[in-house]
Write a protein that binds this ligand. Structure first.
Ligand code: B1M
Length: 237
């Protein structure tokens, strides 16, 4: 348990916003899914926007978990509980983030690459893309190149999104893009990549159209590149 957290039950509704958010960071750290659901609902009832609840309470809480995971203070089972609690909160926010009334922008196929089972960031990106007007086909985790190719064939999306959280799995993005090039399919869709260990330079090196630092950037980039592509096609015809 987080040393700062209180073992006694806390009445979340009685806490002022800052204290509630701090308590939610502790509860996420401790993998307390019911408390994360309750805290998320309370913040929304108090008029917080879903993006603020997501970023200040959930993403920031998971950042703290990540530091102690890196430092060997937390281990896989505890981090899994934290991830599960975070997903609960995200489940409440998902329809709210998707409810922006944005015009339909197109289709995105997204998945975490082979060898990698991290999906929280990818799920967040999917949620923000839905909010930006995209239909999102989520391939889940641990996707070999064949899974991406099948999905591209089936859904003919405007965008392929790939996520990787491990330095050992991120090079697999190059394998997927290489397979698209080999089959003459690379230009059929925009390719976006993201994940904590990536950067702009890596995105360019693997031949992606763009690297996206976070979910909000992914949504903005997706919209901008789809509109640019449509404008270019209209000019050409
Ligand atoms: Co893992 N893990 N993990 N882990 N884990 C990291 C990534 C790590 C950095 C932790 C650390 O050491 N500090 C480290 C990687 C080190 C490295 O590669 N250099 C690590 C490790 C080592 C491992 C294992 C190898 C541990 C082990 O078994 N010994 C193992 C690997 C399993 C595998 O994949 N084969 C492992 C396992 C796990 C859990 C299963 C316990 C769990 C995952 C649960 C789940 O996802 N369902 C887990 C978690 C939760 C993490 C940390 C703590 C949190 C990741 C996360 O969800 N962040 C993580 C530490 C960290 O990243 N600081 C860590 C929150 C999320 C909102 O951010 O995913 O970055 P993020 O997504 C962002 C952006 O990156 C971007 O937008 C998102 C939203 O803003 N983005 C995209 C992401 N994907 C995108 C795709 C796009 C665009 C943008 O496409 C268009």
């Amino acid at each position: 348990m987080n040393a700062d957290s209180d073992a006694q039950e806390v009445d979340l509704g009685s806490l002022v916003d800052d204290d509630l958010v701090a308590q939610m960071h502790d509860d996420l750290y401790d993998g307390l899914a019911a408390e994360i659901l309750e805290g998320t609902e309370i913040l929304l009832e108090r008029g917080w926007g879903p993006d603020k609840v997501l970023n200040d309470a959930l993403v920031e809480g998971m950042r703290i978990v990540g530091i102690d995971f890196r430092d060997g203070i937390l281990f896989v089972p505890e981090v899994l509980l934290a991830a599960n609690a975070m997903k609960g909160g995200m489940g409440i926010l998902r329809p709210l983030l998707a409810e922006t009334g944005a015009e339909r922008m197109g289709t995105v196929v997204i998945g975490t690459v082979k060898g990698d089972i991290h999906d929280i960031g990818k799920n967040l990106v999917g949620m923000m893309l839905e909010g930006a007007g995209f239909e999102v086909i989520d391939l889940g985790i641990n996707n070999p190149v064949e899974a991406y190719l099948e999905a591209l064939e089936e859904h003919k999306p405007d965008i392929l999104g790939m996520s990787a959280l491990l330095t050992t799995t991120m090079p697999y993005m190059k394998v997927v893009i290489g397979a698209l090039e080999e089959k003459g399919l690379r230009n059929d869709q925009i390719v976006l990549v993201g994940g904590a260990p990536l950067n702009e330079e890596f995105g360019k090196a693997v031949g992606a159209d763009a690297y996206c630092r976070d979910a909000a950037v992914a949504a903005e980039t997706a919209q901008a590149l789809v509109l640019a592509r449509r404008a270019a096609a209209a000019t050409a015809s």
